[in-house]
Design a protein around this ligand. Structure first.
Ligand code: SAM
Length: 285
């Protein structure tokens, strides 16, 4: 992919010229190896005719690979104003292909950023990666055809949480809220040395593919309350932890067909959905 585009200065030179010393507060760990950024874009699947939305382009390594992909356009959201000049230079090398939006991606709606079809591809800022992903799940619950797919880099530990099956320590609230709406799969790991500066931990690239239908029907606010209460005390049995959402946890569990002695980490997503439906129907009474 990289070979097909216009001649561009090395990323290290771009970083030096624009004074883009990495800031920890913005979760900045840059990818400078364009073979790796190409690999990430290839892993994002078919981009023909799709607008690629990138969160946190930074100096623009992954952005270059996206611009050289068949995506019809790239919309890149960056909070760090120091990067804007470098990104404007990159945009000039690919006329009418790159739109940079300055601001906090946590506050943005994907549907307002770009027209459909959309795919998200990003090396996420680790300090807000889970919050961003759960925010996108909110948006996806409200608009099921919002995004064709998400290809996102996380800390490995977070990736494990998002992709975990019931029955282990990694399975928790993010696993349920994400897998309710998406198939979640780790594509490959990336060594810390691939980043500048290197983070302390290994990273993983994760594919989240929206399901045609949620795994089971559930009102999202009730699903959020149930999972917060259950995983807030994850070692307790549900008859204890669900006291946080109802005065009658035994009745709620019975209505949902879930054993009182279950612990949340063993409960499949569908069972959380049954609990959410039971909670919502009680709230309506
Ligand atoms: N994409 C670049 C790469 O792969 O080299 C940079 C990735 S770096 C891990 C994360 C980027 O997200 C940084 O450029 C950072 O400034 C930006 N960022 C951090 N918080 C953000 C937020 N809330 N909204 C948008 N961008 C953010």
């Amino acid at each position: 992919m990289a070979a097909a585009g216009p001649a561009l200065p090395p990323l290290r030179e771009v970083i030096a010229r624009h004074g883009l010393a990495a800031r920890k507060s913005l979760g900045q760990h840059f990818l400078l190896d364009l073979n790796l950024t190409d690999r990430i874009v290839r892993a994002a699947g078919a981009l023909e005719g799709v607008t690629a939305i990138e969160i946190g382009p930074g100096p623009g390594g992954l952005t270059r690979s996206l611009l050289q992909s068949p995506a019809r356009a790239v919309v890149a959201v960056e909070k760090d104003a120091r990067c804007l000049e470098a990104l404007a230079e990159l945009g000039a090398a690919f006329p009418d292909r790159l739109r940079v939006v300055e601001g906090d991606a946590l506050e943005m709606s994907l549907s307002e950023l770009a027209g459909a079809p959309r795919r998200l591809v990003a090396n996420l800022p680790y300090n807000v990666a889970t919050a961003l992903t759960l925010g996108w799940m909110d948006q996806l619950a409200a608009a099921p055809s919002l995004v064709e797919g998400f290809t996102l880099m996380f800390q490995k530990e977070v990736a494990e949480r998002l992709t975990a099956a019931p029955g282990g320590k990694a399975y928790g609230r993010p696993s349920v809220l994400v897998q309710w709406l998406c198939r979640a799969e780790t594509l490959f790991d990336i060594d810390p040395r691939a980043f500048t500066p290197p983070p302390k931990v290994t990273s993983s690239l994760v594919a989240l593919t929206p399901r045609p239908e949620p795994l089971a029907p559930a009102p999202k606010p009730a699903l959020e309350r149930i999972t917060a209460a259950a995983f807030g005390q994850r070692r307790k049995m549900l008859r204890q932890s669900l006291k946080g959402v109802t005065g009658d946890p035994a009745g709620l569990l019975q209505a949902a067909g879930v054993a009182e002695t279950q612990r949340p980490e063993d409960l499949p997503v569908e069972a959380f959905c049954a609990l959410a439906r039971a909670l919502a129907s009680r709230d309506q009474r």
